[in-house]
Write a protein that binds this ligand. Structure first.
Ligand code: PRP
Length: 210
Protein backbone atom coordinates (compact mmCIF):
# COMPACT_ATOMS: atom_id res chain seq x y z
CA UNK A 1 0.00 0.00 0.00
CA UNK A 2 1.15 3.53 -0.70
CA UNK A 3 2.52 4.59 2.63
CA UNK A 4 3.36 8.17 1.68
CA UNK A 5 1.15 10.84 3.19
CA UNK A 6 0.51 13.84 0.93
CA UNK A 7 -0.03 17.12 2.76
CA UNK A 8 -1.44 20.21 1.02
CA UNK A 9 0.11 23.35 2.45
CA UNK A 10 -1.08 26.91 1.86
CA UNK A 11 1.55 29.19 0.36
CA UNK A 12 1.83 32.61 1.94
CA UNK A 13 1.17 33.79 5.49
CA UNK A 14 0.14 30.48 7.03
CA UNK A 15 3.00 28.53 5.47
CA UNK A 16 5.81 29.64 7.78
CA UNK A 17 3.79 29.08 10.94
CA UNK A 18 2.70 25.66 9.73
CA UNK A 19 6.31 24.67 9.01
CA UNK A 20 7.35 25.80 12.52
CA UNK A 21 4.55 23.68 13.99
CA UNK A 22 5.48 20.58 11.95
CA UNK A 23 9.14 20.94 13.00
CA UNK A 24 8.08 21.32 16.65
CA UNK A 25 6.11 18.12 16.22
CA UNK A 26 9.40 16.43 15.33
CA UNK A 27 9.18 16.25 11.53
CA UNK A 28 12.56 16.82 9.89
CA UNK A 29 11.78 19.24 7.08
CA UNK A 30 14.64 20.14 4.71
CA UNK A 31 15.84 23.73 4.05
CA UNK A 32 13.74 23.78 0.85
CA UNK A 33 10.86 24.68 3.17
CA UNK A 34 12.55 27.96 4.03
CA UNK A 35 13.36 29.26 0.59
CA UNK A 36 12.15 27.56 -2.54
CA UNK A 37 9.78 27.97 -5.45
CA UNK A 38 9.13 24.26 -5.63
CA UNK A 39 5.48 23.27 -5.61
CA UNK A 40 6.07 19.65 -4.60
CA UNK A 41 8.54 18.80 -1.86
CA UNK A 42 9.25 15.15 -1.10
CA UNK A 43 10.51 14.16 2.33
CA UNK A 44 11.10 10.41 1.89
CA UNK A 45 12.74 9.99 5.33
CA UNK A 46 9.40 10.98 6.90
CA UNK A 47 7.30 9.25 4.23
CA UNK A 48 5.74 12.64 3.49
CA UNK A 49 5.10 14.60 0.34
CA UNK A 50 4.02 18.25 0.44
CA UNK A 51 2.16 20.13 -2.23
CA UNK A 52 2.16 23.91 -1.99
CA UNK A 53 -1.05 25.49 -3.20
CA UNK A 54 -2.97 28.73 -2.97
CA UNK A 55 -4.70 28.86 0.45
CA UNK A 56 -8.16 28.91 -1.21
CA UNK A 57 -7.33 25.66 -3.06
CA UNK A 58 -6.07 23.47 -0.18
CA UNK A 59 -9.46 21.95 0.63
CA UNK A 60 -10.08 21.31 -3.09
CA UNK A 61 -6.94 19.15 -3.33
CA UNK A 62 -7.96 17.29 -0.17
CA UNK A 63 -11.56 16.79 -1.29
CA UNK A 64 -10.37 15.26 -4.56
CA UNK A 65 -7.98 12.98 -2.69
CA UNK A 66 -4.80 14.16 -4.43
CA UNK A 67 -3.73 15.29 -0.97
CA UNK A 68 -4.59 13.13 2.06
CA UNK A 69 -4.55 15.99 4.51
CA UNK A 70 -4.19 19.75 4.32
CA UNK A 71 -3.76 22.86 6.36
CA UNK A 72 -6.49 25.37 5.63
CA UNK A 73 -7.82 28.54 7.21
CA UNK A 74 -11.29 28.34 8.76
CA UNK A 75 -12.20 31.26 6.44
CA UNK A 76 -11.57 29.06 3.40
CA UNK A 77 -13.42 26.10 4.93
CA UNK A 78 -16.47 28.27 5.62
CA UNK A 79 -16.38 29.74 2.16
CA UNK A 80 -15.77 26.56 0.17
CA UNK A 81 -17.73 23.96 2.20
CA UNK A 82 -15.67 21.09 0.78
CA UNK A 83 -16.27 17.46 1.62
CA UNK A 84 -13.38 17.11 4.08
CA UNK A 85 -13.20 16.38 7.80
CA UNK A 86 -11.73 18.94 10.14
CA UNK A 87 -9.45 17.08 12.55
CA UNK A 88 -7.61 19.69 14.57
CA UNK A 89 -7.54 23.40 15.30
CA UNK A 90 -3.86 24.25 14.89
CA UNK A 91 -4.41 27.64 16.56
CA UNK A 92 -2.01 29.37 14.19
CA UNK A 93 -2.49 32.38 11.92
CA UNK A 94 -5.22 33.86 14.08
CA UNK A 95 -7.32 36.53 12.39
CA UNK A 96 -11.01 37.20 11.92
CA UNK A 97 -13.56 38.00 9.23
CA UNK A 98 -15.21 41.38 9.61
CA UNK A 99 -17.49 43.86 7.92
CA UNK A 100 -15.70 47.16 7.32
CA UNK A 101 -16.17 50.38 5.44
CA UNK A 102 -15.61 54.12 5.46
CA UNK A 103 -16.26 55.70 8.88
CA UNK A 104 -19.67 57.19 9.69
CA UNK A 105 -21.34 55.87 6.59
CA UNK A 106 -24.64 54.01 6.40
CA UNK A 107 -25.24 51.20 3.97
CA UNK A 108 -27.05 52.37 0.87
CA UNK A 109 -30.79 51.68 1.39
CA UNK A 110 -31.30 50.57 -2.17
CA UNK A 111 -29.11 47.65 -3.28
CA UNK A 112 -26.20 48.09 -0.86
CA UNK A 113 -23.02 46.60 -2.25
CA UNK A 114 -20.49 44.47 -0.43
CA UNK A 115 -17.09 43.63 -1.94
CA UNK A 116 -15.33 40.49 -0.78
CA UNK A 117 -13.16 37.48 -1.53
CA UNK A 118 -15.72 35.47 0.50
CA UNK A 119 -19.05 35.73 -1.39
CA UNK A 120 -20.69 32.74 0.34
CA UNK A 121 -19.74 33.82 3.87
CA UNK A 122 -20.78 37.41 3.17
CA UNK A 123 -24.07 36.40 1.57
CA UNK A 124 -24.96 34.09 4.50
CA UNK A 125 -23.99 36.73 7.05
CA UNK A 126 -26.13 39.50 5.56
CA UNK A 127 -29.02 37.08 4.98
CA UNK A 128 -28.94 36.21 8.71
CA UNK A 129 -29.01 39.93 9.47
CA UNK A 130 -32.09 40.25 7.25
CA UNK A 131 -30.26 42.56 4.86
CA UNK A 132 -30.35 42.13 1.12
CA UNK A 133 -27.05 43.09 -0.45
CA UNK A 134 -25.36 42.81 -3.80
CA UNK A 135 -22.12 40.88 -3.46
CA UNK A 136 -19.18 41.94 -5.60
CA UNK A 137 -16.51 39.26 -5.76
CA UNK A 138 -12.91 40.50 -5.83
CA UNK A 139 -9.69 38.52 -5.61
CA UNK A 140 -7.60 40.77 -3.39
CA UNK A 141 -6.95 44.34 -2.22
CA UNK A 142 -10.57 44.33 -1.07
CA UNK A 143 -10.03 47.53 0.92
CA UNK A 144 -9.89 49.47 -2.35
CA UNK A 145 -13.57 48.91 -3.06
CA UNK A 146 -15.14 51.44 -0.64
CA UNK A 147 -12.32 53.93 -1.28
CA UNK A 148 -13.16 54.22 -4.95
CA UNK A 149 -16.92 53.87 -4.65
CA UNK A 150 -17.30 50.28 -5.77
CA UNK A 151 -19.01 49.17 -2.56
CA UNK A 152 -20.58 50.40 0.68
CA UNK A 153 -18.94 47.72 2.78
CA UNK A 154 -16.35 44.98 2.53
CA UNK A 155 -16.16 41.58 4.18
CA UNK A 156 -12.52 40.68 4.66
CA UNK A 157 -9.85 39.22 6.90
CA UNK A 158 -8.49 41.46 9.64
CA UNK A 159 -5.22 40.38 11.16
CA UNK A 160 -3.24 43.27 12.65
CA UNK A 161 -5.81 45.85 11.50
CA UNK A 162 -3.08 47.80 9.67
CA UNK A 163 -4.61 47.59 6.21
CA UNK A 164 -7.92 49.01 7.45
CA UNK A 165 -6.21 51.75 9.44
CA UNK A 166 -3.79 52.85 6.73
CA UNK A 167 -6.67 53.11 4.27
CA UNK A 168 -8.92 55.08 6.60
CA UNK A 169 -11.48 52.29 7.01
CA UNK A 170 -13.22 51.12 10.19
CA UNK A 171 -14.57 47.81 11.35
CA UNK A 172 -18.36 47.62 11.75
CA UNK A 173 -19.01 44.02 12.79
CA UNK A 174 -16.92 41.00 13.56
CA UNK A 175 -18.26 37.90 11.80
CA UNK A 176 -16.11 34.96 12.93
CA UNK A 177 -12.69 34.14 14.38
CA UNK A 178 -10.32 32.31 12.07
CA UNK A 179 -7.42 29.93 12.73
CA UNK A 180 -5.83 27.24 10.59
CA UNK A 181 -7.20 23.71 10.71
CA UNK A 182 -5.89 20.28 9.79
CA UNK A 183 -8.34 18.70 7.35
CA UNK A 184 -8.46 15.19 5.92
CA UNK A 185 -9.96 13.39 2.96
CA UNK A 186 -12.53 10.90 4.35
CA UNK A 187 -11.23 7.97 2.25
CA UNK A 188 -7.59 8.68 3.12
CA UNK A 189 -8.61 8.75 6.76
CA UNK A 190 -9.89 5.19 6.47
CA UNK A 191 -6.93 3.90 4.45
CA UNK A 192 -4.12 5.70 6.25
CA UNK A 193 -5.67 6.07 9.70
CA UNK A 194 -2.53 5.12 11.65
CA UNK A 195 -0.30 7.60 9.89
CA UNK A 196 -2.90 10.35 10.05
CA UNK A 197 -3.68 9.74 13.72
CA UNK A 198 0.04 9.85 14.44
CA UNK A 199 0.24 13.24 12.69
CA UNK A 200 -2.77 14.50 14.66
CA UNK A 201 -1.30 13.27 17.96
CA UNK A 202 2.11 14.83 17.30
CA UNK A 203 0.57 18.12 16.22
CA UNK A 204 -1.89 18.27 19.14
CA UNK A 205 1.03 17.82 21.52
CA UNK A 206 2.61 21.03 20.24
CA UNK A 207 -0.48 23.15 19.54
CA UNK A 208 -0.44 26.14 21.88
CA UNK A 209 -3.22 26.10 24.42
CA UNK A 210 -5.06 29.41 24.50
C1 PRP B 1 -5.26 40.14 3.78
C2 PRP B 1 -6.66 40.67 3.94
C3 PRP B 1 -6.42 42.12 4.30
C4 PRP B 1 -5.11 42.08 5.07
C5 PRP B 1 -5.39 42.13 6.54
O1 PRP B 1 -4.82 40.43 2.51
O2 PRP B 1 -7.41 40.49 2.77
O3 PRP B 1 -6.27 42.90 3.15
O4 PRP B 1 -4.50 40.81 4.77
O5 PRP B 1 -4.20 42.11 7.30
P1 PRP B 1 -3.90 43.22 8.39
O6 PRP B 1 -5.11 43.36 9.26
O7 PRP B 1 -2.72 42.66 9.15
O8 PRP B 1 -3.55 44.49 7.68
P2 PRP B 1 -3.56 39.74 1.86
O9 PRP B 1 -2.31 40.41 2.33
O10 PRP B 1 -3.60 38.28 2.10
O11 PRP B 1 -3.68 40.09 0.35
P3 PRP B 1 -4.92 40.33 -0.61
O12 PRP B 1 -5.26 41.77 -0.48
O13 PRP B 1 -4.38 39.96 -1.93
O14 PRP B 1 -6.05 39.44 -0.18
Amino acid sequence: MNNILTIAMPKGRIFEEAVVLLRKAGYQLPPEFDDSRKLIIEVPEEELRFILSKPMDVATYVEHGVADVGIAGKDVLLEEERDVYELLDLKISYCYLAVAGLPDTKMNDVAPRVATKYPNVAEAYFREQGEQVEIIKLNGSIELAPLIGLSDRIVDIVSTGRTLKENGLVEYERIVDVTSRLVVNPVSYRLKDQKINDLVKRLSDVVEVC
